[in-house]
Design a protein around this ligand. Structure first.
Ligand code: BV8
Ligand code: ZN
Length: 244
């Protein structure tokens, strides 16, 4: 790719960077066959994520919410990380200072080998007790509908950040640090509509980072980024590695 091309410019920025941060959304897992939230494949029984991923929905009908998560667990259990997930593992290995922030709860970054990461919306393979708060890793597929805590018998819920719930302060601190001191931020496969993640590109930009977006389409954050590369993450992210 010619150095003056957009891809060439992003590569140059990455090769000169001391510190690199990546922010990913459902689009990076789309190439593994995991449905995105707001794409045409984003519905389940005509419910939207915003209808089901809330404490109110769980309060009202925990069975329905667990059926939705069961459906996603069964689907995700059959999926593998793709070349974009693997390229970010390689980027972590080659960079002296790398951090990955993912909005995805599918666990595919961990499966690929990413270690320096914040799963800011949680992980679909963890469940939290609504009684004693203990968090357990649960890979049962399917999980028993209305699972109960091994310790106190109360109802378990997915250990996931729902709409209207705060992200953990630890994750927010890790993200703030990674966004404020990175030289390059890669924003990969996110529609940029869910906060606080939707504000992360602006945060990094205001702190002086070079921000590149990788997405099939323009998004609300495209106005903020320095360069927008349009294409599939599984094709574009590995191409960026050739500079490091
Ligand atoms: C918070 C877990 C504050 C669930 C998720 C009114 C009421 C209540 C809250 C709000 C409100 N208005 C605003 C808010 C805040 C709210 C919010 O932002 N709402 C939006 C909808 C307006 N945010 C929150 O509630 C957050 N918490 O603000 O707390 C607070 C403070 C004090 C006290 C109380 C509260 C919590 C947000 C977390 C919600 N949980 N997930 C689950 O997954 O089961 S969010 C959900 O959306 C997923 O995590 C997902 O990752 C995330 C973002 O979606 P994307 O990842 O971007 O996916 P999407 O499908 O949208 O886009 C895919 C993109 O990929 C597209 O651009 C597409 O073009 C691209 N793509 C597709 N294929 C490819 C590709 N790109 C490259 N290659 C490809 N092959
Ligand atoms: Zn318990």
């Amino acid at each position: 790719m010619a150095p003056g091309s957009d891809l060439g410019i992003v590569r140059q920025q990455l090769s000169a960077a001391q510190s690199i941060t990546a922010l990913t959304g459902a689009g990076i897992s789309a190439d593994s066959g995991v449905p995105t939230f707001r794409g045409t494949d984003g519905l389940w029984r005509n419910y939207r994520a915003e209808d089901l991923a809330t404490p109110q929905a769980f309060e009202r009908d925990p069975r329905l919410v667990w059926e939705w998560y069961n459906w996603r667990r069964e689907l995700i259990a059959k999926k593998q990380p793709n070349d974009a997930h693997k390229a970010l593992v390689e980027l972590e290995r080659r960079s002296s200072d790398f951090w990955l922030i993912t909005q995805n709860v599918d666990g595919l970054h961990r499966d690929a080998g990413s270690q320096k990461l914040s799963e800011i919306h949680g992980n679909i393979w963890n469940a939290r007790c609504t009684g004693c708060g203990v968090v357990e890793h649960n890979h049962d597929v399917p999980i028993s509908i209305l699972p109960s805590c091994l310790r106190c018998g109360s109802l378990l819920r997915p250990h996931i950040v729902w709409f209207g719930e705060s992200l953990s302060t630890d994750d927010l601190d890790d993200c703030s640090r990674a966004l404020k001191h990175c030289d390059v931020l890669l924003v990969i496969g996110t529609s940029g509509v869910v906060y606080p993640a939707a504000g992360f590109a602006t945060l990094a930009k205001e702190a002086g980072a070079f921000v590149a977006e990788i997405n099939l389409d323009p998004t609300p954050q495209s106005a903020v980024v320095d360069i927008a590369l349009h294409g599939r993450a599984k094709d574009l992210v590995p191409l960026l590695l050739q500079s490091i």
